[in-house]
Design a protein around this ligand. Structure first.
Ligand code: FEO
Length: 398
């Protein structure tokens, strides 16, 4: 799949509708695209590649655009194999090409390509440039967006930001490649899921990267996943600013684990009470039916979180444990939390949710409302009623 961005700049990407889990973890119901970019100037440069084996036509597409010319530079902005997968093939096909990347990426290249001749590598640092003719690439280090070696390239002549994973999204490019050819609402939702699953943990580094980019006039953004932003790049900048600040709208994500429906009964009662107390954004999830990927995305949108678990082998349910683990890794901050549980014998669901929430309040500015409520067995009407005042008090804080 190719498209001309400028006479001298080409998109070469592919859609992956075969992989079911990105990084063997995050569901891909709408697939994903891998994008690379070829500059054909006095010198030629390919910026990143694609995942190995994801497109049998890729090498021929690159060769077709080069149209008999050699590849002078292979610029590596990020070493995760969804973009670095074809480096070996490129270096074999274009033996005169110089690899341009930073010191951290060179360390990874030495691991992945131990046979690579060191004389073929040119190390760049913050602010260094690569002159291609008309195009002049300036390198901006953006560590942890998404890996330690991640960096961006900025074309100072055409004001183009090659942003690698930043501003990327899940979802294939279904015909439209540019922002003026797509439905932005669809991609906004998948981009938020990508952000919260892949980059959210590094929001403070994202804010630093945004500060660096804010001083640059940016006309086009070329990420390595999803659409190319050639018409309104400010749209994705605004989305990223909002997400990186982790300031959700008023609303609640209520996630529960229930084996036989008793804790679920409490969850539905709490959701109803939240609605009766004026909360209009309420999203309820059974953690055993919805992957944390989708719950994380909703958690990022709202300022409230309610978690409930039945007891399971004296702890919380394994699927609630999975969700809590992903939350702890991705670090959505500034949440107002309420906890509940259910039990038959020893308990343990609420106790362990409390430990988790304590960690989040110490590290990520969560405010935990009360110590939570644990209801034994099949909740009675009286037991459920006992939740009404605490939930009303909690709702008033949102
Ligand atoms: Fe799309 Fe961090 O790789």
């Amino acid at each position: 799949m190719t498209a001309k961005i400028l006479e001298t700049l080409h998109f070469i990407g592919t859609n992956d509708r075969h992989k079911t889990l990105f990084e063997s973890n995050w569901p891909l119901p709408y697939g994903i695209s891998y994008n690379s970019y070829l500059i054909k100037d006095k010198k030629t440069a390919l910026l990143d590649t694609i995942e190995y084996g994801s497109d049998r036509s890729y090498m021929e597409e690159v060769a077709g655009i080069l149209d008999g010319r050699d590849l002078d530079y292979l610029v590596i902005l990020h070493m995760e194999p969804d973009h670095a997968g074809m480096i070996g093939e490129m270096l074999g096909r274009y033996p005169a090409a110089t690899v341009v990347t930073n010191a951290k990426a060179i360390k990874l290249l030495e691991i992945y390509f131990p046979e690579l001749d060191k004389n073929r590598m040119r190390e760049v640092r913050e602010g260094d440039t690569l002159e291609l003719g008309h195009h002049n690439l300036q390198f901006v280090m953006t560590p942890m967006v998404h890996w330690p070696e991640s960096m961006m390239a900025y074309c100072t002549k055409e004001n183009i930001l090659f942003s690698q994973d930043a501003f990327g999204t899940f979802g294939t490019l279904d015909g439209g490649i540019f922002d003026d050819e797509i439905n932005l609402d669809y991609y906004k939702d998948e981009m938020l899921r990508y952000y919260t699953n892949i980059i959210g943990r590094f929001s403070s580094q994202v804010q630093k990267a945004l500060q660096k980019a804010a001083v640059l006039p940016i006309r086009i953004i070329c990420p390595v996943h999803g659409p190319v932003w050639r018409t309104k790049p400010s749209v994705v900048f605004d989305w990223y600013r909002q997400w990186a600040a982790s300031k959700g709208d008023t609303g609640v994500v209520l996630a529960y684990a229930s084996m036989y429906g008793h804790t679920e009964k409490t969850a539905d009662h709490i959701a109803r009470q939240l609605a009766l107390n004026g909360i209009r954004n309420i999203r309820v999830f059974n953690v055993s039916n919805t992957h944390p990927s989708f719950i994380l995305k909703e958690i990022w949108k709202y300022n409230g979180i309610v978690l409930g678990s039945c007891s399971y082998n004296t702890g919380m349910h394994p699927n609630m444990h999975h969700l809590c683990h992903e939350i702890e890794i991705m670090q959505p901050g500034n949440k107002k939390a309420f906890l509940f549980g259910g039990y038959s014998w020893s308990g343990g669901g609420l106790k362990n949710l409390r430990l988790f929430a304590q960690t989040m309040s110490e590290k990520h500015q969560w405010e935990v409302h009360s110590s939570g409520i644990e209801i034994p067995g099949n909740p009675t009407a009286l037991a459920l009623e006992s939740l009404n005042d605490p939930i009303a008090a909690y709702a008033s804080t949102l």
